[in-house]
Design a protein around this ligand. Structure first.
Ligand SMILES: C[S@@+](CC[C@H](N)C(=O)[O-])C[C@H]1O[C@@H](n2cnc3c(N)ncnc32)[C@H](O)[C@@H]1O
Length: 262
């Protein structure tokens, strides 16, 4: 373990042991239009991206999904198959529970409802849930730090990779972040798109009793690394962190980024 800004680096093993899926999900137990913040900001941008009509494809992979599905609700209109993934068993189990509609699974309905409203109610929440449960074909173990994050499985290149709040959590330095972007580029078909959601200039966040390290990166550093790895950055939007959020992290802003592999 190495220190970044005094916070010991929390690696994948630490996440497997200490990341509390239920505690994490508490922050998604909201109706997104009732406040302005991370969730409505990201859901609106995801909606705009995936309703543009320019993005359709066979498969999408979400890397480091945690116990969540919010990031793929809008994308479920455009893709035939979605693969979710995470390093921690507990997170993957939580998603599986929702996919099987098991008793005690997390209730994503208010968030799905919000997305349906963004879509002008062209799909009902029930339809969206049915579709998600049909097209999420796998919830795979992944370690984004491996050259093949799905080792020993070989995953065919896809049309879209999505990742939210994972890369800065998984990487301890910029060299690693660069390598991870290279492995992600290898998962994409030429012309494929990367939708990256994250946080800027953050070295830690707290979740319940745990503190997790994150790699503090500026927007320009992220854009430069993406360009170096053969992406064209098409859109970046940022949202300043609120004082309330700053009580549990030291990040300055959240970002929504859309890039295309050349
Ligand atoms: C802050 S959570 C984000 C979860 C979700 N994507 C979201 O937007 O809410 C960070 C996630 O990254 C995962 N993670 C950390 N290190 C990883 C690694 N090396 N490979 C894959 N996932 C990792 C954690 O298990 C955790 O689920």
């Amino acid at each position: 373990m190495s220190d970044s800004n005094g916070v010991p680096f929390t690696d994948g093993k630490f996440y497997e042991k200490n990341f509390d899926s239920k505690e994490y999900l508490k922050s998604f137990d909201v109706y997104p239009s009732s406040y302005e913040g991370f969730l409505p900001f990201m859901l609106r941008h995801l909606h705009n991206t995936f309703s543009s009509g320019n993005l359709e494809g066979k498969r999408l992979i979400d890397i480091g999904s945690g116990p969540t599905i919010y990031a793929i609700i809008s994308a479920s209109r455009c893709f035939e198959e979605i693969v979710l993934s995470d390093i921690a068993d507990g997170n993957r189990r939580e998603i599986e529970k929702w996919l099987k509609n098991e008793k005690g699974c997390f209730n994503w309905r208010p968030i799905i409802q919000f997305v349906c409203e963004l879509e002008g109610r062209s799909r009902s929440p029930e339809e969206v849930e049915r579709r998600l449960r049909k097209i999420v074909k796998q919830v795979l173990r992944c370690d984004v730090l491996l050259e093949n994050p799905f080792h020993p499985l070989k995953v065919e290149p896809v049309d879209c990779v999505l990742s939210s709040l994972c890369l800065e959590a998984a990487c301890k330095d910029q060299g690693t972040y660069r390598r991870v972007l290279r492995s992600i580029a290898a998962l994409l078909n030429p012309g494929g798109v990367l939708v990256l959601l994250g946080v800027l200039d953050q070295s830690y966040y707290r979740e319940g009793k745990q503190t997790f390290s994150t790699l503090a990166l500026s927007q320009s550093a992220i854009e430069e690394m993406l360009t170096d790895q053969g992406f064209t950055v098409k859109q970046v939007e940022t949202l300043p962190a609120t004082e309330k959020q700053k009580k549990s992290c030291d990040g300055n802003a959240f970002f929504y980024l859309f890039a295309q592999k050349k």
